[in-house]
Design a protein around this ligand. Structure first.
Ligand SMILES: Cc1cc2nc3c(=O)[nH]c(=O)nc-3n(C[C@H](O)[C@H](O)[C@H](O)COP(=O)(O)OP(=O)(O)OC[C@H]3O[C@@H](n4cnc5c(N)ncnc54)[C@H](O)[C@@H]3O)c2cc1C
Length: 403
């Protein structure tokens, strides 16, 4: 064996899995396709402070660009809803540096990192796992007792091994520009909902400082570049923006996959669909599930039992801990996906009512959006207004509930 556990992918979730496994005393090999951890970047780097600290990740000074206290949500016709926590609530980070910090911590705990190694095949058998890996023009093999698949949203190896992976109809194309020559307050992000530009998702402006921001969108449509450029030219504070960097990527908004374990193989993070369906953010929840996966693996290795039943405990555990949050966020995403611009405006209008506004302000949270949904069910005014909007949507109900 080259290691007890091989982790595929040195993204944040793979890094956290490797760190946790190594801290539990297991021998870990972390294989990363790219030559540098964290590059290329595909992320807006907005991560809840409490959520990140809960993973035991305290970003170093050089990793943090900004801290924001809340967000302003915009409707297609310009209604707004502000959620302000009154103190820093989320980090804006250099994602590449964050991934590098996590992987460094994994190495310090004893994990071995190999860069430029792309896993192309993963064969599972009763005696162990055999990985075929390509490095440059050559192929070699690695063996381990178990594999953690943290390869990200493509989930190629997960599917190769019989797991469903993230649902393809909820994978959205995203594009983000880093811009300068803008002028904006630094303590709030802006999320703009408008089906003309970002159907089934939203556009975002994330301040880096008073004159620089990350501006992006994800969308079920195909013209992301055209839409983003229109957004830049139509938004007064972005009109004179100078584009310094461009990033593309895929965002997942479909909720976690039903099954993430087969014999000796566990999928985590984006590869398991463990993102917030409302915002596509996957660092905190993916990381939380990776930590649960590490505990299940340690138990399986300690007992010398690698079969599916023992490891399936992982699927049970993350569902018990976060299943409700995941489901509520997935439902909210599907509800929003059903609304046209007029209905989105109507929904924002409803939130102008003081009791609803107060509810959103007190219960709104970057990582615990389920709390807001549960609390909404106790507000009679909101319920009545939502019922009015959704009565016209009865024919969409099956799609809304089951995707
Ligand atoms: C535009 C955009 C903005 C986003 N903004 C945010 C945000 O603000 N906050 C947030 O929390 N999330 C955000 N996300 C989502 C976030 O980036 C992901 O949820 C997160 O990166 C998932 O981490 P992961 O480790 O599962 O996968 P990844 O970060 O995708 O890492 C997978 C790693 O595996 C490697 N790999 C893949 N295949 C192989 C292979 N065969 N062999 C070896 N290595 C392999 C890859 O090179 C990569 O390093 C955003 C995504 C996009 C596209």
């Amino acid at each position: 064996m080259d290691a007890e556990v091989i982790v595929i992918g040195a993204g944040p979730v793979g890094g956290l899995a490797a760190r946790q496994l190594a801290r539990l005393g297991l021998s870990v090999l972390l294989l990363e396709d790219h030559k540098q951890v964290g590059r290329p970047v595909h992320c807006a780097g907005l991560i809840g402070i409490e959520g990140l600290h809960g993973l035991g990740v305290h970003p170093e000074k050089s990793v943090v660009i900004n801290r924001v206290c809340g967000s302003v949500l915009h409707s297609p016709s310009g209604f707004t809803l502000t959620v302000d926590k009154g103190k820093p609530h989320a980090y804006v980070l250099h994602r590449d540096l964050l991934d590098q910090q996590i992987v460094r911590e994994a190495e310090m705990a004893g994990a071995k990192l190999l860069l430029g190694n792309r896993v192309i095949r993963c064969q599972l058998s009763q005696s162990g796992v055999k990985l075929t890996v390509r490095k440059g023009g050559t192929k070699r093999e690695f063996r381990a007792n178990l594999v953690v698949d943290a390869e990200g949203i493509s989930a190629r190896l997960a599917r190769q091994n019989g797991l469903p992976g993230p649902r393809k109809s909820f994978i959205l194309r995203a594009l983000q520009y880093e811009v300068s020559n803008v002028s904006l307050p630094t303590d709030r992000v802006h999320l703009c909902f408008d089906n003309r530009f970002a159907p089934k998702f939203f556009q975002w402006i994330i301040p880096l400082d008073a004159h620089r921001a990350r501006v992006g969108l994800a969308s079920a449509g195909s013209k992301v570049r055209k839409s983003l450029e229109k957004f830049l030219s139509r938004t007064p504070i972005l009109k004179d923006a100078q584009i310094d960097k461009r990033y593309g990527g895929l965002v997942y908004s479909g909720g976690p996959s039903g099954k993430n374990v087969v014999e000796r193989f566990i999928a985590v993070g984006d590869a398991a669909g463990q993102t917030k369906a409302t915002s596509g953010g996957g660092v905190v929840y993916g990381g939380r599930c990776a930590i649960i996966a590490a505990a299940s693996i340690q138990r399986a290795l300690r007992n010398g039992r690698y079969h599916h039943k023992e490891l399936a405990n992982y699927d049970k555990q993350w569902r018990r801990a976060y299943g409700r949050q995941f489901n509520q966020m997935a439902l909210l995403r599907r509800v929003i996906n059903c609304l046209n611009n007029k209905e989105l405006d109507k929904l924002f209008q409803v939130t102008q009512q003081s009791s609803v506004r107060e509810l959103v302000e007190t219960k709104g949270d970057i990582d615990q959006q389920g709390r807001l949904i549960t609390a909404s069910l106790t507000n009679p005014f909101l319920l009545a207004q939502l019922a009015k909007i959704f009565l016209s949507k009865v024919k969409f109900l099956p799609k809304l509930l089951w995707g």
